[in-house]
Design a protein around this ligand. Structure first.
Ligand code: NAP
Length: 544
């Protein structure tokens, strides 16, 4: 019997989750290139993904603007003029809004639409997808562009409800600006986000307290205005330029180093680090100086020592300096900043080492640590994300035979090329795990093109399903594990392994072999008729 209380089902060729860099690129491919009936759903009130939510003070990309964008359309590249080396959140958001308008994407984007479930329907060979408002869709292809860093991680501290001030999370920032002028502001966390918040907020706050657990290695960003002629020069040679960028490991614009740090004399090493320090950029410092900083402990120690000496030269107060000086490996995502240590050095900034004086909880007036109460008007959580899998497991995604993605990934994410989990036919995850660890927009648009070509192949060959085999999925995971073991990234507890979330299984979540090598894997798969995938004919769908 038909359930008349339910909304009618909208049939689609493709349903795409998320209106960030991934979702917009994918919608463009489906709608404008393949001419398919596709729709993007996003729980946000606007397009932009990460850049919609992360509006905190100081938010900007730490990748150069001229490669933090799409390259698929030369006219788009030529007409959009980035103003700074590192684009501000508002500028990136404006860019994505412009893309949505320019390619007429908005007519197929539905906002404020929270997808709660996506179930593979064996009979119809479609994905049955529902939102929290009861909207229903049946789509042949289910494509996620969920972002690896968007499910906010907000640790629970007792007594928050008694706090008379305001609590904010950087990943869920209000759309109306917050004025911290003259206020007492606490910031918990000093990752890429916390560093930006501290720099910007310390300029106006009456007093800012950074609650820090693990000190970071951060290098100067050296932001500067961009000459439009420089952007035109790239536009003149767009395809070749981006092909070179993508064939690198990190998908940045700088030249990656080929020589190991221990292959040169101490003086030469110092000169290379000093130059990178002056040039600015976190990835540049880690991957543009020497080839083995992220793989060789001895080399890593030389970079860490250099940064420690720079920190010591900036922070004048001995107690602050000691708290801010990292002692472990330089093997988290490399940070860069617009004068972070100078901000810490300010008189209106103090630092609490929460490893020595843990946060006990909130009080009416502020935060109590083991050392006493600190009065605050605002507490900003810059505590990051339930990264990588967080957004996926919040949705009830079920593949063949009711297989739940959250069960399939209970011990960590597994998916061939980071795109396709076995048992989840016709589902593709752009920048999904375990996938490349790179500057994202150029990598994402390349994957969107790859997926659209796979879909074109299916359509042209009258196929109904395309599904990664268990062997391919396992083989890919083994390769990711093998490569990660050669790096130092897995040696520390941070979000790449899930270690930042209490109780979450530690896992290998990335392919650390570089995007150039990743492309070769994905290209070989396509050239060999999508080897690693089981492709099935259209009988079942036709019988519907
Ligand atoms: P994050 O790197 O995970 O940093 C979270 C911070 O919160 C860490 O300092 C962490 O300390 C601290 N923290 C977490 N739980 C805590 C607790 N219970 N008590 C005290 N401190 C706690 O998160 P993020 O800074 O938001 O950055 C995540 C990623 O987003 C980055 O790695 C980057 O990929 C991306 N991002 C990029 C940019 C950019 O392009 N500039 C900006 C922002 C974010 P521990 O280190 O001790 O765990």
């Amino acid at each position: 019997m038909t359930d008349t209380t339910k909304k009618p089902v909208e049939k689609l060729d493709a349903l795409i989750l998320g209106a960030g860099f991934a979702g917009l690129a994918m919608l463009h491919k489906m709608q404008n290139k393949l001419g398919m009936k596709a729709r993007v759903l996003d729980k946000a009130g606007g397009v932009g993904g990460t850049w919609y939510w992360n509006r905190y003070p100081g938010a900007r990309s730490d990748t150069e603007s001229w490669v933090y964008c799409y390259s698929f359309d030369p006219a788009l590249y030529r007409e959009w003029k980035w103003t700074e080396r590192y684009p501000r959140q508002a500028e990136i958001l404006a860019y994505l809004e412009h893309v949505a308008d320019r390619f007429d994407l908005r007519r197929n984007i539905r906002l404020n639409a929270l997808v709660t479930s996506a179930h593979w329907n064996e009979r119809s060979q479609r994905w049955d997808i529902e939102t929290s408002d009861g909207d229903r869709f049946a789509a042949r292809y289910f494509i996620t562009g969920l972002g690896l860093l968007s499910a906010a991680n907000k640790p629970l501290f007792p007594g928050e409800e008694t706090f008379r001030g305001r609590v904010l999370h950087t990943g869920n920032w209000p759309t109306t600006p917050v004025d911290f002028t003259g206020k007492r502001v606490g910031v918990i966390g000093n990752g890429s986000t916390g560093v930006q918040v501290v720099v910007e907020t310390s300029k106006v706050a009456g007093h800012l307290v950074l609650f820090q657990r693990t000190p970071q290695y951060s290098v100067p960003a050296r932001n500067h205005p961009v000459d439009p002629a420089f952007l035109d020069g790239i536009a003149d040679n767009l395809e070749a330029y981006f092909d070179r960028v993508r064939r690198s490991a990190t998908v940045f614009a700088f030249e990656e180093a080929r020589q190991g740090a221990m292959e040169v004399s101490a003086d030469e090493r110092e000169a290379v680090y000093e130059k990178a320090w002056q040039d600015g950029g976190g990835f540049n410092f880690m991957f543009g100086t020497f080839s083995d900083i992220a793989t060789n402990r001895e080399s890593n120690a030389t970079a860490a020592d250099f940064i420690r000496r720079k920190i010591a030269a900036v922070i004048s107060d001995p107690e602050k300096r000691e708290i801010m000086t990292p002692t472990d490996l330089y093997a988290r995502r490399p940070l860069c900043d617009n004068h972070f240590y100078e901000a810490i050095d300010r008189e209106n900034v103090s630092v609490v080492d929460v490893r020595k004086a843990p946060i006990v909880g909130f009080t009416e007036n502020g935060i109590r640590t083991a050392d006493g109460e600190i009065a605050l008007d605002y507490v900003i959580f810059a505590t990051g994300f339930d990264a990588v899998t967080g957004n996926f497991v919040r949705i009830d995604i079920r593949g063949r035979d009711g297989l739940k993605l959250r069960d399939h990934w209970a011990q960590g994410p597994r998916a061939f090329l980071g795109l396709s989990a076995a048992g989840f036919p016709n589902m593709f995850s752009l920048y999904g795990p375990p996938g490349p660890f790179t500057n994202q927009p150029p990598a994402i648009e390349w994957q969107a093109e790859w997926v659209s070509e796979a879909i074109r192949y299916m359509e042209e060959h009258g196929l109904s399903t395309m599904e990664a085999t268990r062997e391919a999925e396992q083989g890919w995971l083994d390769e990711c594990i093998r490569i990660e073991a050669m790096t130092l990234f897995g040696k520390l507890d941070w979000w790449v392994s899930g270690a930042n979330i209490p109780g979450k299984a530690k896992a290998v979540s990335f392919y650390m072999g570089g995007f150039g090598a990743y492309m070769k894997h994905a290209e070989a798969c396509a050239e060999n008729g999508y080897s690693g995938y089981a492709l099935a004919g259209a009988q079942a769908a036709a019988a519907e």
